[in-house]
Design a protein around this ligand. Structure first.
Ligand SMILES: *[C@@H]1O[C@H](CO)[C@@H](O)[C@H](O)[C@H]1NC(C)=O
Ligand SMILES: *[C@@H]1O[C@H](CO)[C@@H](O)[C@H](O)[C@H]1NC(C)=O
Ligand SMILES: *[C@@H]1O[C@H](CO)[C@@H](O)[C@H](O)[C@H]1NC(C)=O
Ligand SMILES: *[C@@H]1O[C@H](CO)[C@@H](O)[C@H](O)[C@H]1NC(C)=O
Ligand SMILES: *[C@@H]1O[C@H](CO)[C@@H](O)[C@H](O)[C@H]1NC(C)=O
Ligand SMILES: *[C@@H]1O[C@H](CO)[C@@H](O)[C@H](O)[C@H]1NC(C)=O
Ligand SMILES: *[C@@H]1O[C@H](CO)[C@@H](O)[C@H](O)[C@H]1NC(C)=O
Ligand SMILES: *[C@@H]1O[C@H](CO)[C@@H](O)[C@H](O)[C@H]1NC(C)=O
Ligand SMILES: *[C@@H]1O[C@H](CO)[C@@H](O)[C@H](O)[C@H]1NC(C)=O
Ligand SMILES: *[C@@H]1O[C@H](CO)[C@@H](O)[C@H](O)[C@H]1NC(C)=O
Length: 798
């Protein structure tokens, strides 16, 4: 840290001397640099680190690097996913203490500011931390708070945050892997291309999960001989939960660095000076199981498999597929023929053939069928148009859907599988069978051990996954199958982005058999059941009525916005039709109907307490996504049980989001609302105040209480007047600590119930600003954050 000026004249000379050396460290307000200036960066006093412009592609990015005189190791990048800027750009530390990246006249991007404190100067410190400091040298902003793919000695990674790999060694944009410091204390490596963060997706973990009652962080000590550790932040004496063993190291001027590299492997490095004072780098540690990089899940992309041969991983395409980009073999493969349409059934089995590939380790499970002979298993796949491959072993027939993930080839061990891959016969005529014969596998005993571990790991994951295959996963498969059928030829390799299909009115009329079977009615019009592709896909077609006057362009813009949403707790929009004044939306069909039917219907089908908690959390996550995670926030405006749909696995999905904008301005306010009681609508709807996402939070609060007690908020013919309005009754019972009165002969966990009730009451506060955000709601329901005692929701009479 820089010294403060001493007033004592005795020290003047000394101070002068210090100022000389310190001067290079302080970056005065008003300074600026540019790629075309003589100095393009601000170095740290030792010269090892610098902050400024570095080259990427044909432009420049702003970041911090560690230099050994020849090579630069980038350790931090500002706005890493922005495109590189031109040489005309300028970094400007303005007089009022903002660090701006100026890419043109009036084009400023704030890279750092003092968070309302008064910035005195900026500094590039010898630790690799770039800081804005106030007059007492406190840090108002520091790059250490915003790690990208690297931690440096002295830096921490808080529980709940992550490092994301770079996309390649020369491109610092976010890549395909991430290191998560989880709130439960576990440090986990995941592939990033899927939204799944399940145990199944993880490819390495520190196994230091200790529950969420304490807080944890990952720390890279810059002095300790075993520097990388996970620390219990709740403990006063820095209790260590996990640390990297035998990374002890001797050297001069050591700088430790831990990075999740672009190949997905976490590595601890030491940069040091050797006896000749030459700068050196040494890798001190990486997880041993990742010495075989095929263990990095999704090292090879979709529809390809990984072979570890001669200490090198290599990716090969599955039969009938070609590399998406032959120059980047780890991006995965796509089918090189297009299926005209899904042909299922016995008659159609001859259109396909199964190609065996021995010694494979599986990707994701799809459907397991037991007690089948091998031939039965194969013909079952041939006849199932969703089946792209099967693994067969011990009477278990595991059918897989395309695209396949996480497939590896192993040595001839007893626990590997034969993968049968389904390809179209027609494509086989024009193409020879498999071109990428994997290299032969030589076995050494050491490799064998690694591979046995891989196999055991795979097998254990298999057992576990049988139990924990999440409904999310099945959802994904189904979404992919929809995608696959809607975008013929494209097998949905770009997960997450689906182009909406434009339907013609006649097509939808045919699909719904002339709008014959109405399955629902909402504020926007009616919903009809329909089928596509000769009955193989069920759809729900919504015919919008009472729309605000709106041109086709606006409508299409809205549709594209909805189409971009992709979350497992939202009903998926598949396409739409806009012809003349006709507006129709095509959604995936939800076979279990609405939540209303489930919680207020016949008590025999009622979800049990655990399921209700899960459903409540799923809805909260869906809303959180709409509010905070999908670009422009989407306010739903009409959260109620009728608008929560359930799929066949009882996963809750929010429907009708994004439509509020399309409705007549006053239409959203006309829902039956009994005067003086609480419906789903937030009080601000009746006032002249602007509507925010907090209106949805209110509706969610009502819904949450309804789910908790499986009772409508309003039961007019209740014998006891106190019990007419559920939320009033609940609040009363809550205050009197008598919530058990509300639970009728059911097994519930009263602490959890009380927690849920508290969250519900917070959500239905009359004052929007008192209501929590959906993010806090999720954290509270998950038990990650504490729930305070809520005040009375209404300022007047309850
Ligand atoms: C860097 O990677 C990102 C994401 O993978 C990509 O969009 C971008 O084009 C790449 N930039 C360069 C210069 O290759
Ligand atoms: C610089 O990088 C090149 C290529 O990665 C490497 O061969 C060379 O040894 C590095 N130089 C130093 C001084 O580390
Ligand atoms: C830095 O930004 C300030 C405010 O935008 C501007 O007045 C000043 O001219 C800029 N300095 C340089 C060197 O461009
Ligand atoms: C900075 O000040 C603005 C306006 O006064 C305020 O909204 C914001 O919360 C403050 N930020 C911090 C970090 O204190
Ligand atoms: C300087 O910043 C530190 C840390 O943010 C803070 O504690 C201190 O009060 C600040 N000093 C002044 C004079 O603002
Ligand atoms: C970091 O290393 C120093 C010196 O070895 C040690 O005193 C300190 O406890 C370490 N910190 C943690 C959190 O382990
Ligand atoms: C973390 O430290 C706190 C305070 O010492 C302690 O109560 C808690 O049990 C610790 N957590 C773990 C997982 O050891
Ligand atoms: C690390 O520790 C293991 C077991 O304690 C030991 O077998 C191995 O040789 C050590 N490796 C190094 C590089 O010291
Ligand atoms: C399709 O892939 C197969 C096997 O991967 C290959 O033999 C064939 O040449 C490819 N066909 C086309 C049209 O690219
Ligand atoms: C075979 O596929 C065609 C076209 O998709 C379909 O009409 C027919 O019903 C299928 N055969 C059987 C037995 O399912």
């Amino acid at each position: 840290m820089a010294p403060t000026l001493a007033s004592n004249t005795c020290f003047l000379f000394f101070v002068y001397f210090l100022c000389e050396t310190v001067f290079t460290e302080e970056i005065q307000l008003g300074s600026s640099i540019s790629p075309t200036d003589p100095t393009t960066s601000w170095p740290s006093p030792s010269g090892r680190f610098a902050f400024g412009f570095y080259e990427q592609g044909d432009g420049f990015k702003v970041g911090i690097w560690l230099s050994d005189g020849i090579n630069k190791t980038i350790v931090w990048t500002a706005n890493r996913n922005d495109p590189p800027v031109s040489a005309k750009s300028r970094l400007n530390l303005t007089r009022n203490g903002e660090l701006l990246l100026q890419t043109g006249p009036e084009k400023n991007k704030v890279i750092a500011d003092g968070n309302n404190g008064t910035v005195f100067y900026a500094a590039m410190l010898d630790s690799g931390n770039f800081v804005l400091q106030n007059e007492t040298l406190g840090f108002l902003w520091q790059s250490f708070d915003y790690p990208t793919d690297t931690l440096l000695g002295g830096q921490i990674l808080l529980g709940g945050s992550e490092l994301v790999s770079t996309s390649s060694d020369t491109n610092q944009s976010s890549g395909r892997f991430q290191l998560s410091m989880q709130v439960d204390g576990n440090l986990v490596l995941y592939p990033r291309y899927s939204d799944a963060r399940t145990w199944w997706d993880a490819y390495w973990a520190s196994d230091s999960d200790r529950g969420t009652s304490s807080k944890y962080y990952l720390f890279l000590n810059n002095t300790n001989p075993q520097p990388l550790c996970i620390v219990n932040a709740s403990s006063s004496n820095s209790q260590i939960l996990w640390r990297v063993d035998n990374s002890s190291f001797e050297g001069n001027n050591i700088i430790y660095r831990v990075t999740i590299d672009s190949d997905g492997v976490l590595r601890l490095y030491a940069h040091f000076d050797d006896a000749n004072r030459e700068h050196q780098v040494k890798e001190l540690w990486s997880p041993t199981e990742l010495n075989n990089q095929c263990n990095v899940k999704s090292f090879c992309g979709l529809n390809s498999y990984c072979t570890f041969y001669d200490n090198q991983p290599s990716c090969s395409c599955l039969p009938g597929t070609d590399f998406i980009d032959p120059s980047q073999r780890n991006l995965g493969c796509k089918r090189n023929f297009s299926e005209a349409e899904c042909k299922g059934g016995k008659d159609n089995a001859t259109f396909y053939r199964m190609i065996p590939m021995p010694s494979m380790n599986m990707g994701d499970p799809y459907v397991e069928e037991y007690n089948l002979l091998e031939e039965e298993c194969l013909s079952s796949c041939l006849q199932d148009c969703y089946c792209g491959a099967v693994f067969y072993e011990d009477n278990r027939c595991r059918k897989q859907k395309l695209p396949l993930r996480y497939v590896t080839r192993v040595t001839q061990g007893s626990s590997s599988y034969t993968l049968y891959f389904k390809v179209g016969v027609q494509s086989l005529k024009s193409n020879t069978v498999i071109d990428n014969q994997p290299p032969p596998i030589k076995t050494t005993s050491k490799k064998a051990i690694v591979q046995i571990i891989v196999v055991i790991f795979g097998f254990a994951s298999l057992l576990c996954s049988a139990v924990t295959i999440s409904t999310r996963f099945i959802y994904k498969i189904r979404v992919l199958s929809y995608k696959r059928l809607l975008e013929i030829g494209d097998l949905g390799l770009n997960e997450g982005v689906v182009t909406l299909r434009l339907f013609s009115y006649n097509e939808l009329k045919k699909a719904t058999d002339g709008f014959k079977q109405e399955v629902g009615k909402g504020s926007f019009g009616s919903v009809y059941k329909g089928t596509l592709h000769k009955g193989s896909i069920l759809i729900a077609v919504k015919r919008l009525q009472k729309l605000a006057e709106e041109g086709e362009k606006e409508f299409q813009a809205e549709m594209q916005a909805i189409g971009k949403t992709n979350h497992k707790n939202l009903v998926r929009l598949l396409g739409y039709c806009a012809e003349g004044s006709k507006r129709l939306l095509v959604y995936e069909y939800m076979s279990s109907g609405s939540l209303e039917k489930l919680i207020f219907g016949d008590s025999t089908i009622r979800p049990d307490w655990d399921q209700r908690r899960r459903i409540a959390l799923e809805i909260a996550r869906g809303l959180l996504y709409l509010h905070e995670e999908c670009g422009a926030p989407i306010i739903h405006c009409d959260i109620k049980p009728q608008n929560i749909l359930m799929d066949e696995f009882w996963t809750a999905k929010i429907s009708d989001f994004g439509l509020a904008k399309l409705l007549m301005p006053d239409q959203t306010r006309t829902f039956t609302q009994v005067r003086g009681t609480r419906g789903y609508l937030a009080p601000e709807w009746n006032k002249n105040t602007p509507i925010s996402v907090k209106a949805d939070v209110y509706s969610y609060g009502i819904l949450l209480l309804e789910i908790a007690f499986c009772r409508r908020n309003l039961v007019v013919n209740s014998s006891n007047p106190e019990q007419i309005v559920l939320c009033n009754w609940v609040y009363k019972c809550f205050v009197q600590r008598e919530l058990n009165k509300l639970v009728l002969g059911e097994e519930v966990d009263l602490t959890l119930l009380e927690n849920m009730v508290k969250v519900g009451i917070w959500c239905i506060q009359d004052e929007p600003f008192l209501r929590p955000s959906m993010k806090s709601v999720v954290l509270m329901l998950e038990g990650v954050s504490e729930v305070a005692i809520p005040p009375c929701p209404s300022s007047n009479s309850m």
